[in-house]
Every structure is written in C-alpha cells, then in structure tokens.
Design a protein around this ligand. Sequence first.
Ligand SMILES: NC(=O)c1ccc[n+]([C@@H]2O[C@H](COP(=O)([O-])OP(=O)(O)OC[C@H]3O[C@@H](n4cnc5c(N)ncnc54)[C@H](O)[C@@H]3O)[C@@H](O)[C@H]2O)c1
Length: 255
Amino acid sequence: MTATAILVSGAASGIGRATCVLAVRDGHHVHAVDLDPDGLCETVELIGAAGGQATAHRVDVTAADQVQTLFATIGDGPRLAGVFTAAGIDRGGPADELDPTTFRQVLEINTTGTFLIVQQALRAMKATGGSVVLCCSPAAQVGFAAGGATAYGASKGAIASMTRTIAVDYARYGIRVNAVLPGPTETPLMWANVTSAQSAALRGQIAGEVPLGRLARPDEIAECVLWLLSDRSSFTTGSLVGCDGGVLAKSSISA
Ligand SMILES: NC(=O)c1ccc[n+]([C@@H]2O[C@H](COP(=O)([O-])OP(=O)(O)OC[C@H]3O[C@@H](n4cnc5c(N)ncnc54)[C@H](O)[C@@H]3O)[C@@H](O)[C@H]2O)c1
C-alpha cells in the first residue's frame, strides 16, 4: 500500500479527473470523490491504466453527513497528504433575471461543498500537516465580458476569501492552503450553458480572447494543482495561483 493519499472532489470529470490521473506519478493513493458513479468508474480505470491505485467514493459534497462519513472511511488508510476541491457547477444569468434558487444552488455546491470538504481535511491533517488546494476562478476577481456570472463569481469570490483566511489560521499546523484559478479549460462545465452548435463558435471566440490563444487542457491545470499539493511548493500558502493563459493579466481596452 502507498504511504500517502490525496483526495479529489469533482473527480469524475474534467480538471478533477486529470488531477487524479497525474497524481499517480507522485505515488499517492487517490480517493476519487464525486456524485457521478459512471464518471468515477472511468476515472478509477484511467488511474489503474496509469499504474496507480484509487478508491471511488460516491458523495454529494453538499451533504455534511456524507462528507463526514467519507473522511471517517479514509481515516484508516494511507496518510492524507493533500486535498483538491474541484466539484463545482456553473449556472447563471444576469442578476435581475437570476432565479434565487439557482443562485443558492451554485453557492451550495461551489462554496458550501468546498467548505465541508476543507473542514474535514483540516481536522484530518491537524496533527500531520498537509496541503489543501481549492478550485477558484478568474470570476472571483473580474466580471466576465460574456456576462451572467453573478452566482458563479460570488461562489468563487467566497472561495478566494476562504483560501486566505484558512491559510492564515492553519499555517501553525503545517497545513498549506492555496487556490488555483484556471482559465477557460476544455471540460463539460465550460459548455454547460450553451448548445453544441454554439460551443463550436464560442470556442474560437474564447481562444482569440485568451493571450495564449487557446483553451487549456485539463492536465495543464492539474500540473499546477499537483505542484501546490506537493512539497515543491513548501513556502506557498494563502495564494491564489493563476493558471489562465494570461486572462487575468489582460485588459480588453485596445485603444
Ligand atoms: N472548465 C473551466 O473553464 C473552469 C475554469 C475555472 C474554474 N473551473 C472550476 O474547476 C472545477 C472543476 O470543473 P470542470 O471544468 O472540471 O467541470 P466538470 O463539469 O468537468 O467537473 C465537475 C465535477 O463536479 C462534480 N460535482 C458537481 N456537483 C457535485 C456535488 N454536489 N457533489 C460531488 N460532485 C459534484 C460533477 O459530477 C463533475 O464530475 C470547478 O470548481 C469549476 O468551477 C473550471
């Protein structure tokens, strides 16, 4: 059995899945956490094909009892060295049209779901130290030109704030807490609010607006997450780390 484990929420797809698969390189046992059982199976198969070991956990990150049981279950296994909270959704619309139920749902999954996982991670790591990485977004810091990101931006703004405050509180326990801010990345979430016909046109438009001229692959974000999870980032805590192709560095004013 491997000596250390990492836990990734949102592991059935996209950035979470890519992080699980690349984590094999660092020799961790992977606890893959998600709501989607089929996606989890695929992730575990990919980890196995990469030569790693994984356990799938079907958990709704918004359910405090399920998250508590999850951490009790993994407590007997290899030491938990790192946690990445990637479970999230993007639903929206301009503020004056936004259904309050949608607003609450986005905050419940993205923010409360992140908090519940992080809270248990802190309890598990308090005696041993560790690294926690939260999944934030450029939407925490700027308004997207495409508009309609009120709920998503609010949920990620809270994550940015949580990252800083928790990092300060838990540094004394040897727990580092950072957030990654992925730019537009080729995952299902990216196209959740558009039809497939619209996504083809939008992909080109978005690529043209990213300074590096393209969307990210999920594994490019995973590399940044794994650096933050590892001791290679041993003096980094409380940081919001952009992995965004230059999006946050750019102003759209061109004249
Ligand atoms: N794709 C992008 O362009 C982008 C950019 C910035 C930030 N992000 C963030 O990256 C993270 C991962 O997103 P992604 O792009 O890989 O999306 P994705 O849709 O591919 O993956 C999200 C995963 O979260 C899971 N999930 C949703 N609600 C859940 C719940 N209640 N409990 C457990 N699991 C749940 C889904 O089943 C899915 O597997 C999200 O937090 C997202 O906000 C993505």
